[in-house]
Design a protein around this ligand. Structure first.
Ligand SMILES: *Cc1c(COP(=O)(O)O)cnc(C)c1O
Length: 422
């Protein structure tokens, strides 16, 4: 006889449904799903994802590392930096990416659940795993310390098959990874577990702190430390399938760091890792995301009208104001209040006053556009629209954060490279 009270059962079912949402990589509520189903042309806002550009970016990155025989891992963590993990992973693989990379195990499991069979490395584990699910899904699981090795070996014993693990060296990022002093112990224990048939050490890798700052002294120091730690592991008997270190900036500017594999995130999405390194075009890359909204209202306003919360903007003359139905709930940074650039009616305008949760205003300076006209926040820049980099500058952040934070309420519309919907 079940004694579970109704409300506890309901709460558990709710938690279960939420876990499924998580596994799908996007926490959709019904309202978001409904907007996804409607004709995108008419909806409030959309993020067009140009999969043709993404494929071209992957091919460009492959060509850049081909001389050293390195392969490309497309990093699709954080819902592919806001672009949509599953479609972007598929497009990257079509263009010849050999690996996929995610931060959390659930991101990796969601790719497997979508039927993606390519090698996937996943690097941000917490006690409890899910190691067993990772083993059964054939993930490459990063181990940075003894606790993780113990847990993964235990799960492998229970699963009756070895876990594929990659050892991560902290060569000077000072974040995740095993420091040099603890490395001999970790390598030794991993080899013992390998001898017992519990794990197979498939990779050795590390991550840069300052690869986007050309000439930073930590770059050479990290590379030398990685070579030492790798040599130690190989002499001890590790036979890695892949050795890797380079993120996007290292891939684009430091060929000596390419080893067997490069892990490119932001460059895959056509964004330069840093404006100091160059523009996307300098590297043959093209931005993949274009964020636009349908102007929700245009009105004549008198001089002296305070606009949006706090009245931080006051019209200085009679003018026209357009309402753009996107706000910080959609990932438009509130820090870009009074600064963010938007293309409306063939001119780049500036956000007037505060960005609110769902909307902001631009001053059209007397110009008139029809409600329904597109307001383009950012895109590749070819039609005069701002770029994600411009928004990063306006908000005091990096372009990575601008695209990654575009919220689940904004439908992603996938284009196949011809401008047609995929
Ligand atoms: C996010 C991440 C990357 C990708 O970095 P980009 O600069 O976007 O190319 C590579 N490796 C690790 C470990 C990461 O966390």
């Amino acid at each position: 006889m079940s004694t579970t009270p109704q409300h506890l059962r309901a709460a558990r079912e709710h938690a279960h449904a939420h876990a499924n949402d998580h596994a799908n990589g996007r926490a959709h509520t019904d309202a978001y799903a409904l907007a996804d189903d409607l004709a995108h042309e008419r909806v409030r806002a959309r993020a067009e994802i140009d999969l043709g550009a993404l494929r071209a970016n992957v091919r460009t990155l492959r060509a850049r590392v081909a001389a050293g025989n390195a392969q490309v891992m497309a990093v699709v963590k954080a819902d592919a930096y806001g672009h949509g993990a599953v479609p972007c992973a598929r497009a990257a693989l079509e263009a010849g990416a050999a690996w996929l990379g995610t931060a959390t195990p659930y991101e990796a499991l969601a790719l497997r659940a979508a039927g993606i069979e390519a090698p996937i490395l996943c690097w941000l584990w917490t006690p409890g795993g899910p190691w067993r699910a990772g083993i059964e899904a054939g993930l490459d699981m990063t181990v940075s310390g003894r606790w993780a090795l113990d847990e993964v070996a235990e799960a492998a014993r229970a699963a009756g098959r070895p876990a594929r693990i990659q050892l991560k060296a902290d060569t000077g990022l000072g974040r995740n990874g095993c420091l040099a002093g603890d490395w001999p112990h970790l390598v030794g224990e991993a080899l013992k577990a390998q001898d017992q048939g519990l794990v197979r050490v498939t990779g050795v890798w590390s991550h840069f702190a300052c690869a986007d700052e050309p000439g930073h002294p930590s770059i050479a120091a990290q590379l030398a430390a990685f070579q030492d730690m790798l040599e130690y592991a190989e002499k001890a008997g590790v036979e890695p399938e892949v050795r890797h270190m380079a993120n996007s900036p290292a891939t684009l500017t430091l060929p000596e760091t390419h080893f067997d594999l490069v892990r490119t995130g932001v460059a895959t999405y056509g964004i330069s890792p840093s404006p100091e390194l160059g523009t996307p075009a300098d590297f043959g890359l093209r931005p993949v995301m274009r964020l636009s909204a349908s102007v929700a209202g245009v009105k004549r306003a008198p001089a002296g009208l305070g606009v949006s919360y706090g009245h931080h903007y006051v019209t200085d003359r009679e003018t026209t104001l357009a309402l753009v139905p996107l706000g910080y709930a959609d990932g438009v940074p509130r820090h870009a209040s009074g600064r963010g650039p938007v293309l409306v009616g063939d001119k780049v305008r500036t956000v007037a006053g505060r960005v609110a949760m769902d909307q902001f205003v631009v001053d059209l300076g007397g110009d008139v556009v029809e409600p329904g006209e597109r307001a383009v926040l950012f895109g590749p820049g070819d039609d005069g629209e701002p770029t994600a980099e411009d928004w990063a500058r306006a908000a005091g952040t990096i372009a990575y954060e601008i695209v990654t934070r575009i919220g689940a309420r904004v439908p992603r519309v996938y284009l196949d490279g011809t401008g047609e919907e995929a």
